[in-house]
Design a protein around this ligand. Structure first.
Ligand code: AHN
Ligand code: ZN
Length: 338
């Protein structure tokens, strides 16, 4: 787009200006094109990918974060501690949900808020639970996965953003809520039979719960951004179709910002349909907060990363450059929103 603009109209304007200069001794005063307001705002502080990477590793070191386990509880406590250290007002939402197989599961959504009284808000979210089985693997299918990318990456990026929100002195920043959703990844394995026969509804139980009972009654936000599987080496992010249906303006804002920061090769402005559901669906449908999902589309699988729901989803998959591209893009969008 930049090439077209610079070689099109301004070229004509320049040619006319040169002609004008040749004919008159005094050149007319140069017309200043007003810069967009965004350009005058200071850039977001630098996102530290080493820090985000360490936050992913910290989670993986707890082991699989399966709802109802000690590792999951420890990870939740650690997220709460990180948020408090970053000056957030922390709300924990506890409940019980029923898994696809009838198991009752404890639920703990965690929300960290900055400027909790501000009316204009931005919602950022990621799930912190990990899948209780490796149903896409060839081995040890009944054992839980580590979820470095699926779970760990989104939380790692959000906790790094939390650090900067805590340090921010810019009073024009909007209110921000970081929502760490629980029981996203306990969905029905493909091929399994359930009584309800609605496998979409068996995923994202924590965000469904929150969208029906938000931590603040009547909660709303200008827009939301979901981070899911956003840390793998060479990951590319296409414009996911549920996001395009409900929040095309949010998608465009994110992808435009990524391109401006030099990440246009990863944030590809083409739509792919590859997500059956995710945490953004209930938020879009029930709360009507336009929410976009930044989630990897893998050309090879035409879906998710090959490590998805396998034991390969460990720290070897994670790459700082991907965390950097995602984190800096989201921060820039948050810091430029006025
Ligand atoms: C499905 O489309 C079945 N799942 C996408 C949601 C998900 C699972 N994200 C991470 N794991
Ligand atoms: Zn998953």
């Amino acid at each position: 787009m930049g090439t077209r603009v610079s070689s099109g109209l301004p070229g004509i304007v320049l040619a006319l200006a040169l002609v004008g200069q040749a004919c008159t001794p005094e050149a007319p005063p140069k017309q200043e094109v007003p810069k967009p307001v965004q350009a005058q705002l200071p850039p977001a502080p630098p996102f530290d990918a080493d820090s985000a990477y360490a936050f992913v590793r910290w989670q993986v070191d707890f082991g699989p974060r399966v709802p109802g386990t000690a590792a999951h509880a420890a990870c939740g406590d650690w997220i709460v501690a990180r948020l408090k250290a970053a000056g957030a007002t922390v709300t924990e939402q506890r409940g019980t949900v029923t898994a696809f197989n009838g198991n009752p599961l404890p639920l703990r959504n965690i929300i960290g808020s900055w400027r909790p009284g501000a009316r204009d808000r931005i919602l950022l979210l990621a799930h912190y639970d990990t899948r209780p089985f490796a149903d896409k693997d060839d081995e040890r299918r009944n054992e839980p996965i580590l979820g470095a990318n699926d779970g760990g990456s989104g939380v790692g990026v959000l906790l790094e953003i939390a650090r900067h929100l805590g340090a921010a002195t810019d009073t024009a920043l909007l209110g921000v809520d970081l929502l760490f959703t629980d029981v996203e990844d306990y969905g029905e394995p493909t091929g399994a039979m359930t009584m309800e026969g609605n496998s979409i509804a068996t995923w994202a139980l924590g965000s469904q719960y929150w969208a029906k009972n938000p931590h603040v009654p009547g909660y709303t936000a200008r827009f939301g951004v979901l981070l899911d599987m956003c840390g793998a080496k060479d990951a590319r992010f296409y414009q996911e179709s549920i996001s395009m249906q409900y929040a095309p303006q949010v998608v465009r804002k994110l992808w435009r910002t990524a391109a401006a920061l030099g990440h246009g090769d990863r944030f590809v402005a083409e739509t792919r349909h590859f997500v059956g559901t995710d945490d953004h669906l209930p938020i879009n449908e029930l709360l009507r907060i336009p929410t976009a999902d930044i989630i990897e589309y893998h050309e090879g699988t035409r879906a998710f990363h090959p490590s998805w729901h396998t034991h390969d989803d460990d720290m070897d998959v994670i790459d700082r450059a991907t965390l950097q591209a995602v984190g800096s893009t989201v921060m820039e969008v948050v810091w430029k929103e006025r």
